[in-house]
Design a protein around this ligand. Sequence first.
Ligand SMILES: [Fe+2]
Ligand SMILES: [Fe+2]
Ligand SMILES: [Fe+2]
Length: 420
Amino acid sequence: MNHQKPVHLYKLLNSLSLAMDFSKSGLMNHHQRVCLLSLKIAETMGIPEESKQRLFCSAIIHDAGTSTWQEKAHLEVFEINNPWEHCQRGFHLIKRMNSLAPAARIILSHHDRWEGNNPSGLVGNDIPLESRIIHLADRVDILAGNTTTILNDRHHIMEQIQKNSKTIFDPDIVEAFTDLGAKESLWLDLNPKFVGHNLETYMVGYQIHVSHLELQQISDLFARIIDGKSPFTYRHSRLVAEIATFLAEQMGFKKNACQDIKVAGLLHDLGKLTIPEEILEKPGKLNQYEFNIIKQHTYYTYQILNLIDGFNLINKWASFHHEKLNGTGYPFRLNEDNLCDGSRLMAVSDIYSALVENRPYRRGLGRQEILKILSKQVKERAIDQTAVNVLEDHIDQVENIAANLENLWLKPDTASLSDK
Ligand SMILES: [Fe+2]
Ligand SMILES: [Fe+2]
Ligand SMILES: [Fe+2]
């Protein structure tokens, strides 16, 4: 029950980045587009390979500090007033991860202006080169974002960038971009249909496999981005992951499988990033229209995780958490014949976590109420009896996990900018 294939760092980030790209304007592949553009600029400038790899890892998650559609809408305007909060949040989230730590400083400065006056205190060449490249690529993509006639609009986009050379942007990077922008293919390569594939051609040379720990750290990063959508879910994915891992251990899963269950728990609600906050935070009952939007989330989790080699089982464990044994769940309408133990225990962990947490329309429930709801669902043949029994038999330990969750994971907020 281990990964069938090793997980490849760049492919993992390339796929997961899609989850961050849903906003009011739809799926625009913003992170992939900025990443591709950044790498092409770097290539034109002849920057060293090592720096290009750092550039990839930073550009593909540069807005990790943003979770809500509201924040994203704010960043979709060319001249942003105050972009610093998401830079700092991204910095804090990423700095404690072994494999991505170098990306943290780059992300912190990805809106720094060339002429200075930045909260980072940096100016000109002191701003990391990769940050300067991402800054320009990011603004180009904001200007290019919604157009369907990119070759007609590219001159206007280039003028806007050139106008801000030496003030907002590094003049050398503007020059490299001007050379590059003469090629029609540069613009056409950004088409959301092709950009993921185009980016993959750059990854061929970067064969980095992630360890279990790195995979968990990256999944934890995405869990925090997902849960950042709403104060009600601020730790939901981490709680589901811990409870699911605990149940898997009790049910005799092997060590590697338990590690993968944790990853699946952390990522199970990845598709929630496709749902507007108004629906997630609605204080009353959802109407049919809203519930249909909610139902999309596990489908998107499935499709995004399906892009990652080595994630076959993790995907089943993550994406089927709203399926029911009696076939009434969503979105695949699976039933007891095709729901494996990992998917079943994930569903129970998700329901338990949701019930114990506060929601906009009710407070978190107590032990007896939760156990009553779970046993009712067992009777209806909706969820798995064994998983519920294991949870009930260890209810003190499960409650302990919920109470001590913050100690089980490093809190990003405790990291300070001063030790950067
Ligand atoms: Fe940004
Ligand atoms: Fe869910
Ligand atoms: Fe969930």
